[in-house]
Design a binder for this molecule. Structure first.
Ligand SMILES: [Zn+2]
Length: 234
């Protein structure tokens, strides 16, 4: 194809685009969340996802230590107003059914969201990151996994029937990390999903909208400080 022909073709294409009917534009507008997800996918293919080097020490600006034990064992400091980048997310499960919300429950705080899944359902990493904990707690999370992400969050996936990752493994958003189950302190198969910052829980529903299979926005900004400022902070 000659350059002139290419220009001609592009011109025709542009004209077609400009004469798209109002009805079609409405349809396009209604698909906005899907478009946003597609944009995320193309970002990955353009190479703007995190390089392995960044994932080896995720959120080093916040955390002071890296230990493979303890879901709360994440010393660090994030000031109020810390902006957490939610772009590049993947929903941990396609399930849209919340069985139990974050908050007070049975005289204690339920520090995550319970999402209905069946035994053997694929559970995926919510963002790119590095697996910090792969453990078992018979009276609590059952088989669970904790991942630290470059955006500062740690995500926890509990009550699984099987773990598919190893400590210190680098994972990508949407990568299977376990299978749904009913292990630990659980009645009925479900995924217990937590989002933590410096070991302290944040309501995942402030960031993840399972019903609509989307994040609540491109960013989540904290309204208070998390963790403790220490001299050893990087
Ligand atoms: Zn739970």
């Amino acid at each position: 194809m000659t350059l002139r022909n290419i220009k001609k073709t592009l011109g025709a294409l542009l004209l077609t685009t400009l004469t798209v009917s109002a009805t079609a534009q409405d349809l396009i507008a209604r698909q906005a969340p899907i478009d946003r997800r597609m944009k995320d996918v193309s970002n990955v293919s353009l190479g703007t996802s995190f390089a392995n080097a960044d994932l080896n020490d995720p959120a080093a600006n916040i955390y002071t230590t890296w230990v493979n034990k303890g879901h709360k064992n994440a010393p660090g400091y994030a000031a109020a107003g810390t902006r957490i980048d939610l772009r590049g997310f993947a929903m941990p499960t396609p399930s849209r059914k919340i069985n139990s919300p974050f908050g007070p429950r049975w005289g204690r705080t339920h520090e995550g969201l319970d999402i209905k899944v069946y035994i053997g359902d694929t559970i995926c990493a919510a963002f790119d990151g590095k697996v910090r904990v792969v453990d078992y707690n018979a009276n609590g999370y059952g088989y669970y996994v904790v991942i630290r992400h470059p955006n500062g969050l740690e995500t926890l996936y509990g009550h699984m029937s099987k773990q598919l990752v190893k400590p210190d493994q680098i994972v990508r958003a949407g990568q299977p990390i376990g299978l749904g189950g009913n292990t630990g302190r659980s009645t009925g198969s479900h995924l217990h999903f937590e989002t933590r910052l410096c070991g302290q829980p944040i309501n995942p529903a402030l960031m993840f909208d399972f019903e609509h299979q989307d994040v609540t926005g491109d960013f989540f900004t904290t309204t208070r400080a998390y963790g403790e400022q220490t001299a050893s902070r990087k």
